[in-house]
Design a binder for this molecule. Structure first.
Ligand code: AMP
Length: 274
């Protein structure tokens, strides 16, 4: 594995890549969720590039940019063991210049749910993903369904800008109790970790309702909110179609049910594709 930190070094290392390139962008503090993306990309491509970059433009004022968990040494080991070919860990200076043009997230779907709570987050995310996709020259790029709205917007960007890359959606990886893995879970103490399970439990409750034929969004949301009472604060419970348009009734095969809530220090998100 080669570790590269500049654009020039990345371009140089890429000269060895003849054939398909799989690409997995991350912000590091790698866990089994990231690893599942890396393993899938490894299996499906001749070459594999992983990036680790905590992108400042997707953090809002007052968010945890400085405190975001960083575990460079462990991340390098994980990537080595996973047979990554190129690990790209650029500096902020390598990625950005002072006065850049920017990409704006779509006016509606970029500013609801996660985008409403974090206005500007998705524009920053799309900006860095555009840069990273261009730099990697990926044939296929892998993203987790965990960040479902992010995934939908990346798909839209690739479509709107006619980008020549296939976006692969990967399933959510959970711990043995059902908690969706996240780099921010390190902020949870033991008691909070138990309460954090209310997110996945609320989604299980929704599944059960759908299985007995209850398709009303209003009814399902109400029941989910009951389960989510264990959280410190619920930010939203939403039921949308796969392109993030609102639904009144669940459409089997085209629905995502989402929850976002604060438990202790971190704000947690989880979702379920039906
Ligand atoms: P992040 O480092 O949080 O930016 O995540 C990098 C990629 O890993 C994104 O595409 C995430 O959606 C994905 N990811 C994060 N957590 C999980 C998880 N628990 N299961 C599957 N994918 C995940």
């Amino acid at each position: 594995m080669v570790i590269v930190r500049t654009i020039e070094a990345l371009q140089e290392a890429k000269k060895a890549c003849v054939g398909t390139i799989g690409f997995v962008p991350t912000m590091g503090a790698l866990h089994k969720g990231h690893l599942s993306l890396i393993q899938q990309a490894r299996a499906e491509n001749e070459h594999l590039i992983v990036s680790i970059f905590v992108n400042p433009t997707q953090f809002l004022e007052g968010e945890d940019l400085d405190a975001y968990p960083r575990k460079e040494e462990a991340d390098i080991k994980i990537c080595e063991l996973a047979k990554v070919d190129i690990l790209f860990m650029p500096t902020i200076e390598a990625m950005y210049e002072a006065d850049e043009l920017s990409i704006g997230a779509p006016a509606v779907r970029g500013y609801i749910l996660e985008g409403q709570k974090r206005p500007g987050h998705f524009s920053g995310m799309l900006q860095v993903v555009m840069k990273l996709l261009n730099l990697s020259g990926a044939t296929k790029a892998y993203f987790g369904k965990k960040d479902a709205q992010q995934l939908a917007l990346i798909n839209q960007m690739v479509k709107n800008y006619f980008m020549d890359v296939k976006i692969i959606a990967c399933d959510i990886v959970r711990d043995e109790n059902g908690l969706a893995l996240s780099s921010r879970n390190v902020y949870l103490n033991a008691e909070e970790k138990k309460r954090a399970l209310c997110l996945s439990r609320s989604l299980k409750r929704a599944t059960k309702l759908v299985m007995v034929g209850e398709l009303s969004v209003e009814v399902i949301q109400k029941e989910m909110l009951e389960v989510l009472e264990e959280a410190d604060m619920v930010e939203y419970v939403a039921i949308v179609d796969r392109a993030f348009n609102p639904l009144v009734r669940v459409e089997i095969g085209n629905t995502i049910i989402l929850a976002a809530a604060w438990v202790g220090k971190p704000r947690l998100i989880d979702n379920l594709w039906i």
